[in-house]
Design a protein around this ligand. Structure first.
Ligand code: GLA
Length: 379
């Protein structure tokens, strides 16, 4: 199958960890639809680790859903999710056990792929714990990719080896559609910005078909759930969602969508940010070189979108307020061209006029702005 755009959906891990069950998953599917998240593109409902029994079925060797957590089995969950117009995702591990200590798929790839296909799974995340040393990770992922293809079912293949062995070099080749490029996220601004900024140099490897996955979002955790901390703010959440969008990462929600507040919901449904994230061309952003002394601690990006549009992202990475600027001359748009950029503020949807030479704004600590830019002839 061809995955044209970064996948969007929800994953159970950041909030629930191992405390998952049928009720949580079905209520989440309900909430995604009730809150209109499906309408803007969030479609995969992914059950992460800790869904199965500690032992495989002694007769068939298959993975079996934990009957306490999922009393009606996985096909029931799949049917419920599909009936809502959503898609169903699950989790396994390339190693002997999952990171949570449940049976892994090592040595069982073809049987497990068939089990997931029988569950009518549309997306499979494959983790990397307990990988035997004698075999290359890339070989294990290739094997699972072929096992999934052999089922004949369209299943998005999500590689999760935390960026090991330069995964950006081979994830696409082995049949991956997205690949985790870093260690696990947690809800701390320096940590998640470190994840994103650390992948700047690898974004050129992302393209339609296979995307660099910066991990599930922590936006909206607001102090609750496995990956939460007490250090969160809306401005920082907006910065996280902005950089995930600008960098073309898959957008997998990690919060409890049943409890999302209105301000966060509006952010996660922001039309311009999602449009930039889902741009069908996917061209990696260009980072502007820091040419002025005051540009330390700030980052400015420019992305070429399809249809004669551009995206601009400005970030104040500092712990105090500061000016952030982008110099259009550095992009080749000098006054003699007769052109300037009309900037539409992604957060407000409003035009901020036509600018040439440069654009500069004052930013709160850790804040960001994203603009949709149209190149227009000046009057
Ligand atoms: C690893 C992954 C996480 C999550 C857990 C589950 O740490 O990177 O995203 O899937 O395993 O145990």
């Amino acid at each position: 199958m061809f995955v044209q755009k970064p996948p969007m959906g929800w994953n159970s891990w950041n909030t629930f960890g191992g405390n998952i069950n049928e009720q949580v998953i079905l209520e989440t599917a309900d909430a995604i639809v009730e809150k209109g998240l499906d309408k803007v593109g969030y479609e995969y409902v992914v059950i992460d680790d800790c869904w199965c029994k500690k032992q495989r079925d002694p007769e068939t060797g298959r993975l079996v859903a934990d009957p306490e957590k999922f009393p009606h089995g996985m096909k029931y969950v799949a049917d419920y999710i599909h009936a809502k117009g959503l898609k169903f995702g699950m989790y396994t591990c390339a190693g002997v056990t999952t990171c949570g200590g449940y049976p892994g798929s090592f040595g069982h790839e073809f049987l497990d792929a068939q089990t997931f296909a029988d569950f009518e799974v549309d997306y499979l995340k494959v983790d990397y714990c307990a990988k035997p040393a004698m075999i290359e990770g890339s070989t294990l992922y290739l094997k699972m990719s072929m096992a999934l293809r052999a089922t004949g079912r369209d299943i998005v293949f999500s590689i999760c080896n935390w960026g090991r062995h330069d995964v950006h070099n081979w994830a696409r080749s082995v049949g991956g559609h997205l690949y985790r490029s870093t260690e696990d996220i947690c809800d701390s601004y320096p940590l998640y910005m470190g994840i994103a900024l650390g992948q700047e140099k690898n974004l050129v490897y992302s393209a339609p078909g296979c995307f660099n996955d910066l991990d599930m979002l922590t936006v909206g955790l607001a102090g609750e759930g496995l990956a939460s901390t007490s250090q969160f703010s809306f401005i920082e959440y907006r910065t996280q969602f902005s950089i995930w969008s600008l960098f073309g990462s898959p957008l997998m929600l990690g919060c409890d969508v049943r409890k999302i507040d209105d301000e966060t919901l509006a952010l996660l449904k922001n039309e311009i940010l999602i449009r930039i994230n889902q741009d069908p061309d996917y061209r990696a952003p260009i980072k502007q070189k820091p040419i002025r002394i005051f540009m330390e601690g700030q980052a400015a990006y420019f992305r070429v979108l399809s249809d004669n549009e551009y995206a601009i992202g400005l970030f104040n990475l500092q712990d105090e307020e500061a000016d952030v600027a982008i110099f259009f001359a550095e992009l080749g748009i000098t006054p003699d061209t007769g052109y300037g950029f009309e900037l539409i503020n992604a957060y407000t949807g409003k035009s901020e006029g036509v600018h040439d030479e440069f654009f500069q704004e004052h930013f709160a600590a850790h804040s960001s702005r994203i603009y949709l830019a149209k190149l227009v002839k000046k009057k």
